[in-house]
Design a protein around this ligand. Structure first.
Ligand code: TEU
Length: 529
């Protein structure tokens, strides 16, 4: 096995394949598109690329409804192409991380179809959570569990039984006490490690195991019946042994605000890393940011796992938009329709946040388009595809606004996303030419140039990435910390200009600095002292 620990301070770029680049011009992104753009990712300077699910799927939930974990969706390409992609990426120094969805399968997965056909009491049904209903005629769902999206968690099938789904009815939950389920996922892990992937992201990683009695749940009174059950750790211990055979690493999608419970997933024989969603959800406020950073480092230290720093992903409002709102934190429950946004301010903060994030100890995740400063797009109601929108009864716009196909060329149809005349699967805003990669690459003041420069410095400067950090005394509202001996990151959230601390060089500033030696509001700098 490889022993190198590249992942401890890696920068990992998230590709949402449907919206990255469309190689065959049918309006949907695909592996051909990704392969053609791999040099872009190498030039950007990231270490690895995480692909959200690319498997065969009816795409009810953007591929998180997997029909076959060993096949690539025909809209994206073939398994052979995925293998080529992994090899081509390796040649460019890029590692590949795949996304495994163990909590549920698509209702079109062979197991679920077999379960429906086989009927109540069958071994096929035992791989899922099928139950008779309550009420005189079984007309009521077996329990009252809340959904992860709005709406029901149980759906009744024609023979009268109900099955559990924490997400949409098209995503039946697997029964993780069943040996077939464990064995199958261990095989799937091996399948992808055998193909050369360096890591696996684990979807909904805290939800797999359920209260054995599927008992009712009163929020605030009962322990949660499916989030973070103790038994789940046994699964990750067996997975870790497999990853270790291949030198592979895990990143868990573990949404748990409780630091101690979260850190249990990162014990040395479990997951290598997990997404730090407390940082993602944190508002753009100095004290809150500082305490999230401190709490993060404190919870990771005892288990010796590196922290991860995430500002956005395919599920949340894009950073430039979020930071331009009055309330800059992220909360799933928040309605996101028509919230007023000061995009100029939000962009300025997103630039400062980029330098903050890339100076912190640990690994960093970048979501495609973040390096372009893309804002959240308004999707016309009749074009929204996200099931989260429909299940909220239309009150939540859903997540499509952060999943819009990328702009590559300012003057090309669909901004160079696709080669054909076909409209992209989600509409691109009319003013996105200015965000296009070709425009930004030529502009020294662009977000793309900022990211390229920051990533290059992160690679070449000693002291960024993994290793200790120390807070320095600073004016109120200013975050100032040292990395290594002579490297300083200063972020001004004070709302007014502040003096720069003594330094010999400005390595990088998130925006232009005035000549008077001050740091303007919502600006960050990396200083050499
Ligand atoms: O997300 C899990 C998920 O939906 C949680 O983020 C949840 O919404 C949160 O805890 C609020 O309750 C993953 C994927 O990232 C997402 O795109 C999928 O829709 C989901 O799983 C289902 O596979």
């Amino acid at each position: 096995p490889r022993t190198d620990d590249w992942w401890r301070d890696a920068v990992i770029y998230q590709v949402y394949p449907r919206s990255f680049a469309d190689g065959d011009g049918d309006g949907t992104g695909d592996l051909a598109g990704v392969r053609a753009r791999l040099p872009y990712l190498a030039e950007l300077g990231v270490d690895a690329v995480w692909f959200t699910p690319w498997y065969a799927s009816p795409m009810v939930d953007g591929g998180y409804d997997v029909a076959d974990y060993r096949a690539i969706d025909p809209a994206f390409g073939t398994l052979e192409e995925a293998e080529k992609l992994i090899a081509e990426a390796a040649e460019l120094g890029l590692r590949v991380i795949v996304d495994i969805v163990p909590n549920h399968v698509s209702d079109q997965h062979a197991w679920f179809r077999a379960a429906l056909a086989a009927g109540p009491g069958s071994p096929e049904r035992a791989r899922f959570h099928f139950r008779p209903g309550r009420g005189e005629h079984g007309e009521l769902p077996p329990n009252d569990w809340p959904s992860q999206f709005s709406g029901n968690t149980w759906t009744r099938v024609p023979d009268g039984e109900w099955y559990l789904h924490l997400f949409t009815p098209e995503q039946p939950d697997l029964n993780w006490s069943h040996p077939d389920v464990r064995r199958e996922h261990e095989d799937v892990l091996r399948f992808w490690f055998e193909r050369g992937v360096a890591g696996v992201r684990i979807d909904s990683a805290a939800l797999l195991t359920k209260d054995p009695g599927l008992r009712d749940f009163v929020e605030g009174v009962d322990p949660h019946p499916y989030i973070d059950q103790d038994e789940i750790h046994d699964i990750y211990r067996s997975w870790r042994a497999i990853a270790d055979e291949y030198g592979g690493v895990f990143v868990g999608e573990v949404w748990l605000p409780d630091a101690e419970r979260f850190a249990r997933y990162l014990r040395p024989d479990e997951l290598h890393t997990a997404f730090n969603f407390n940082f993602l959800a944190c508002p753009w406020e100095p004290d809150r940011l500082r305490s999230v950073i401190d709490a993060t480092l404190a919870e990771h230290a005892p288990v010796k796992a590196p922290a991860t720093w995430v500002l956005c992903n395919h599920d949340v409002t894009r950073t430039a938009t979020r930071y331009g709102r009055e309330d800059t934190g992220f909360d799933f429950a928040k309605k996101r329709f028509g919230t007023p946004t000061d995009l100029e301010l939000g962009t300025r903060r997103a630039r400062a946040a980029a330098l903050l994030t890339l100076a912190l100890p640990g690994s960093v995740y970048l979501y495609q388009g973040e390096e372009l400063g893309l804002p959240e797009a308004d999707i016309p109601l009749d074009r929204i595809q996200d099931p989260m929108h429909f299940r909220s009864g239309g009150t939540d716009p859903g997540r499509d606004g952060c999943r819009v196909p990328l702009p590559w060329e300012a003057d090309a149809p669909s901004y160079g996303f696709g080669s054909g005349g076909t409209e992209p699967w989600l509409p691109q805003p009319a003013d996105w030419a200015r965000y296009a990669v070709d425009c930004q690459a030529a502009d020294p003041g662009s977000m793309l140039t900022l990211y390229r420069t920051a990533l290059e410095l992160r690679r070449t400067e000693v002291g960024l990435g993994d290793g200790p950090m120390g807070w320095l005394p600073s004016p109120e509202g200013v975050l100032s910390f040292a990395r290594a001996e002579n490297l300083l990151c200063v972020v001004n959230l004070a709302g007014h200009a502040v003096p720069l601390p003594p330094h010999t060089d400005v390595l990088l500033a998130s925006d232009e600095l005035p000549a008077d030696g001050t740091l303007p509001p919502d600006t960050a700098v990396w200083l050499r002292t």
